[in-house]
Design a protein around this ligand. Structure first.
Ligand code: SIN
Ligand code: CO
Length: 393
């Protein structure tokens, strides 16, 4: 079966997703004029400011000439009054994970279904008056920068070494040296999009009264995070009886020495333990579906009545993934799969896992044996929601 993507040709500037992945993804920037034709920002600046005032929402304010010094960063939640006191230019409000709060923003993600969903971090939205910027910098993540409202000038400074000098003494990682590559200087209009791979120096400066930029960010676990997290997961499964052993060892030359043979045995123990494809898959699915904000997963107040759930689906109600919930599955090769949801794992039929991981679930899902029980459990855990409730949230 060839994959079908909800990706119009305009999104990637005429490239099909496979061409984009081959030539640009993780390799080089791509400017796409009119990626989203007639784009209308689902959120206006006041609504974004309102979100930044809410408890639990991750928001930052960057003031280029702050009262306490240059490039001052303050963290939300903010008091509404703060916005009236800001100068007319040169500041930026950044709000993370707006896709967790606004269904119309989450819908933008459907356009990026040509990438593994577990690679997605979130959609951050920035607002800036004229001159607002967060300074020239690099990010460790791939990002699609969609111009949502007004104009932003983007300048690129090429691939930069990880240890490039940054301005000391401020709360932002602004590059000390930033030279615009010839030709890499554009003004983006609403609906235009700029793709940037990790490590590419960039500088975006608001050119209009109201500039909003949507950053669709993709994450890649660092070796440091992956090793720590996988080792923790394995550590919980391993019996204490699996240990270093040295039966038949040669007489040590001297008792205080850590010799090569001992190190070789220890190394083998670690490699044998780590080299376990099933455990790797089980850990990876759990790790990559951990919610970005664990406390945003709100379990149901009352356990779901499974018969009532079936009746509601049959009456035409639709279940959806809760905003911010993460779903993935791994084929176990025997007709079954592990369904990973928000850091947990459930074994079920492969076809059921595939259906549950799709965006919307209607009465058709009841054709799968044991679907109702599974949906009830996911509703109880807060990973699924009724579409009507999600839209009203
Ligand atoms: C912004 O939207 O102001 C900054 C986004 C970025 O440079 O990553
Ligand atoms: Co950036």
């Amino acid at each position: 079966m060839s994959p079908s993507f909800d990706t119009s040709r305009s999104l990637l500037g005429g490239l099909d997703p496979a061409e984009f992945l081959r030539d640009y993804w993780q390799r080089k920037p791509l400017l796409i004029r009119g990626a989203f034709p007639d784009f209308e920002s689902p959120l206006d600046p006041d609504e974004l400011a309102g979100l930044a005032c809410e408890e639990g929402v991750e928001a930052r304010l960057v003031e280029e000439n702050g009262p306490d010094g240059p490039w001052q960063v303050s963290h939300g939640p903010f008091d509404e009054a703060i916005f009236a006191e800001l100068p007319e230019r040169d500041w930026t409000l950044l709000v993370q994970a707006v896709d967790h709060y606004v269904p119309e923003v989450a819908e933008l993600l459907e356009h990026f279904d040509f990438l593994p969903r577990w690679r997605l971090d979130d959609i951050m939205i920035s607002y800036a008056p004229p001159g607002g910027s967060v300074g020239p910098h690099i990010d460790h993540y791939d990002v699609f920068l969609i111009q949502g409202l007004g104009q932003r000038r983007w300048q690129l400074g090429g691939k930069v070494a990880d240890d490039a000098a940054i301005i000391p003494g401020i709360d932002l990682r602004i590059l000390e040296r930033f030279e615009v590559e010839p030709g890499d200087d554009w003004i983006l209009e609403p609906g235009d999009m700029l793709y940037l791979p990790p490590g590419w120096a960039h500088h975006g400066i608001s050119q209009s009264d109201d500039c909003m930029t949507y950053s669709v960010g993709f994450r890649a676990p660092s070796a440091d995070e992956a090793i720590t997290s996988f080792a923790d997961y394995l550590g919980e499964q391993l019996p204490a009886s699996i240990r270093y052993s040295d039966a038949g060892m040669a007489l040590p030359a001297t008792p205080a020495e850590v010799d090569d043979a001992s190190l070789a045995r220890m190394r083998q123990l670690i490699l044998d333990t780590l080299d376990n494809p099933n455990q790797l898959a089980q850990w990876f699915g759990r790790a990559m579906t951990q919610p970005k904000y664990v406390d945003q997963l709100i379990p149901a107040e009352h356990p779901t009545d499974v018969e009532a759930l079936v009746a509601e689906l049959q009456a035409g109600e639709v279940l959806v993934h809760s905003l911010g919930s993460r779903f993935a599955w791994r084929d176990l090769g025997n007709g079954n799969a592990t369904l990973f949801v928000d850091g947990d794992a459930i074994e079920c039929a492969l076809s059921l896992a595939q259906a549950v991981a799709a965006a919307q679930l209607d009465a058709d899902i009841l054709e799968h044996e044991e679907a109702a029980m599974l949906l009830g459990a996911l509703l109880d855990g807060g990973s699924l929601a009724w579409l009507d409730d999600e839209e009203d949230a």
